[in-house]
Design a protein around this ligand. Structure first.
Ligand SMILES: NC(=O)c1ccc[n+]([C@@H]2O[C@H](COP(=O)([O-])OP(=O)(O)OC[C@H]3O[C@@H](n4cnc5c(N)ncnc54)[C@H](OP(=O)(O)O)[C@@H]3O)[C@@H](O)[C@H]2O)c1
Length: 317
């Protein structure tokens, strides 16, 4: 556990965010949980927020809720995107490029978790890998030129689950056709999201591109809809009980790490950010330990090459 925090004993909080007028943030999955809280807080700081959501009705209800909270002068835009469908991701990326002229941060927040039985996305990937990782990989790659032009950032919301599965990428059976386990599959997708940020940093560095930044963070253990949406009955029960304990925190606190990575000036990219208290599930937000397997260069390079091949999206770095 971390013993000191650059941001003081209370850790990073949104009080540190200055006025964001003129800045644009693109966030995936804002209909609930940390994504909703992140959108709400960015709008309270006068940012322009582009929300990428799969459910049109829920997205419209989210906008109404935000307008109710902040008034109708907020600058918020909803674009339809299903992370589990590459054609939808590509369409959404094109719409973002058409509608905004800058991206200060792309916040890759949307996800599914603990899917009980192996399911494949439209494009043929195991659902958690397809939605959480490949969906975001494509979105990031397609928006990269605009993010670069804006000297912006890419923020990936990972999970402490990165350290709870097989602790590497299952290249021989990326879809878990043999021996599917919900936790291993979720863990792999979150590890992939984290690893790809450090690999992106390496690639940007090698190309001498120092204006774009990439960050990996996680929300700890936050009271959101995550397990209710896609988890098994048993997982819902377990997480339902956990939600009653001090081992979880409000969704708002879960949004702080991604908000910090999206807005805090001069933040060290090589670190891993999240709550620094018990098990890194709750507590003051800051940098904390990351196990070495998440920075395994050989695995990360192989994953990147595989991702470009699988998605057909080759990054213009
Ligand atoms: N809560 C935790 O304790 C915890 C722990 C570790 C990591 N995380 C990570 O935190 C992030 C936010 O999750 P959360 O806890 O706030 O969960 P949440 O309340 O369930 O929010 C997830 C968001 O992702 C969206 N989403 C799901 N599948 C999508 C798809 N195919 N295309 C587009 N959007 C999609 C959901 O939209 P719908 O409304 O349409 O379902 C929802 O808006 C995730 O990356 C998650 O892995 C959470």
């Amino acid at each position: 556990m971390s013993t000191s925090n650059t941001f003081g004993p209370s850790g990073w909080t949104p009080d540190r965010i200055s006025d964001l007028n003129g800045k644009t943030f693109v966030i995936t999955g804002t209909t609930s949980g940390t994504g909703f809280e992140a959108a709400r807080i960015l709008l309270s700081k006068n940012a322009r927020v582009v929300m990428l959501n799969r459910n049109v009705e829920k997205a419209a209800a989210t906008t109404s809720k935000l307008v109710k909270l902040h008034g109708d002068s907020i600058d918020v835009l909803n674009i339809h995107m299903d992370l589990g469908d590459q054609s939808s991701v590509k369409k959404a990326a094109a719409e973002v490029i058409e509608k905004v002229d800058r991206i200060d941060a792309l916040m890759c927040n949307g996800a599914i978790a603990q899917v009980p039985k192996q399911k494949l996305t439209k494009d043929g990937w195991e659902s958690q890998m397809g939605v959480n990782y490949f969906g975001h990989f494509t979105l990031q790659g397609l928006l990269f030129p605009l993010i670069e032009k804006s000297k912006g950032r890419i923020v990936s919301v990972g999970s402490m689950g990165y350290d709870m599965g097989i602790r590497t990428i299952n290249f021989n059976d990326i879809n878990w056709d043999n021996n599917y386990k919900p936790n291993d599959a979720y863990s792999q997708s979150k590890l992939a999201q984290i690893m790809s940020m450090y690999e992106l940093q390496n690639r940007l560095n090698d190309a001498g591109k120092h204006d774009v930044k990439a960050y990996a963070c996680h929300p700890g253990s936050s009271r959101t809809s995550l397990i209710d949406t896609s988890g098994s009955f048993m997982m819902k029960l377990i997480f339902g009980l956990m939600k009653l304990s001090p081992l979880t925190q409000p969704a708002e606190n879960g949004a702080y790490p991604e908000l910090m990575c999206a807005t805090e000036p001069e933040l060290d990219q090589s670190a891993f950010y999240g709550p620094t208290g018990r098990s890194y599930w709750v507590g003051p937000v800051g940098a904390h330990e990351l196990k070495p397997h998440a920075k395994d260069k050989a695995v990360a390079q192989k994953l990147w090459d595989l991702s470009e091949k699988e998605t057909g999206v080759v990054w213009n770095i």
